[in-house]
Design a protein around this ligand. Structure first.
Ligand SMILES: Cc1cc2nc3c(=O)[nH]c(=O)nc-3n(C[C@H](O)[C@H](O)[C@H](O)COP(=O)(O)OP(=O)(O)OC[C@H]3O[C@@H](n4cnc5c(N)ncnc54)[C@H](O)[C@@H]3O)c2cc1C
Length: 249
């Protein structure tokens, strides 16, 4: 079934927040979409109505129809570059077909979340959803990027880390220095309070997340690019985390 055939709801862009040359946060309001936090939905945008893609809402479902997506432009991609560069307030998006099983067990006591890039989006939705529980589990959220400026949501994660005593955010970068070309979009938002050099752990997400030993009493959620997910799951299993405790998104 193509994405075009599964359009079910529509929503209007109310904010297009370009955070990096290759990344935008898009907020919409529209019909209630009955997805579960952690799922992805089908998306069709006016820039190319014949092409549908899947994106993961970064907010849990809300009755007032608020949606947020974090979209990274893939080089030579059909759609993501247009979403990042050309989305405008007032655009109508078609939303369809929630799918995916990424979730936190109701009786989970400790949860390890590992997010590469925009893999943060569904995990952030899950964290906000957990905040509605009377007794949220203890959550450790590893967020990783190659360079410091790839941690595009540092200020928002900082606030969550400060506000929620059951959440610890662990920023991870492969290289301590940013590349030497200027990202004008990053320069505009640079300086907002967020995680800094003192907080970053250096390495890949696979290396850093597995360096704490086996997660034997935890639920582990890993979301990101296929190579990042593969490497991370392999490192976790190699260090003793039971494969059955790991969910990937
Ligand atoms: C369940 C699910 C949830 C997703 N959630 C998000 C999300 O929240 N945010 C987000 O930005 N993207 C997300 N994606 C990826 C998204 O659906 C698109 O694949 C992505 O935006 C690229 O679309 P495109 O049309 O620009 O590229 P395409 O035209 O589909 O691909 C162009 C080229 O880029 C390669 N490519 C595609 N995706 C990637 C990638 N991620 N990294 C490197 N190369 C790639 C393709 O193999 C192809 O060679 C999700 C995908 C899935 C399956």
């Amino acid at each position: 079934m193509s994405e075009r055939e599964v359009e079910l709801w529509s929503a209007t862009v109310v904010q297009h927040h370009r955070l990096r040359e290759d990344l935008a946060v898009i907020r919409l309001e529209g019909e209630f979409v009955p997805f579960a936090a952690g799922q992805s939905v089908g998306v069709v945008v006016p820039q190319n109505p014949n092409v549908g893609r899947r994106y993961s809402p970064a907010l849990p479902p809300s009755l007032d129809g608020k949606l947020e997506f974090h979209v990274r432009a893939v080089p030579a991609g059909w759609l993501s570059g247009a979403i990042v560069a050309d989305t405008a307030v007032g655009d109508r998006w078609q939303i369809g077909a929630p799918s995916g099983r990424l979730s936190v067990d109701p009786d989970a006591r400790e949860v390890i979340m590992i997010a590469g890039g925009t893999g943060l989006a569904p995990l952030r939705a899950l964290v906000l959803d957990l905040a509605r529980r009377p007794q949220p589990p203890r959550v450790f959220l590893f967020v990783g990027g190659r360079h410091p400026r790839d941690l595009y949501a540092s200020d928002m994660l900082w606030l969550l880390d400060q506000d929620l005593d059951w959440l610890t955010v662990i920023p991870v970068v492969e290289e301590i220095e940013d590349p030497d070309w200027t990202d004008e979009w990053y320069e505009r938002v640079r300086g907002a309070e967020g995680f800094g050099e003192d907080h970053w752990l250096q390495g890949t997400l696979a290396e850093v997340a597995s360096s704490y030993g086996a997660y034997t009493d935890h639920q582990v959620l890993v979301v990101g690019s296929p190579p990042m997910v593969r490497a991370t799951v392999r490192a976790l299993v190699d260090t003793g985390t039971p494969a059955g405790a790991i969910q990937v998104g």
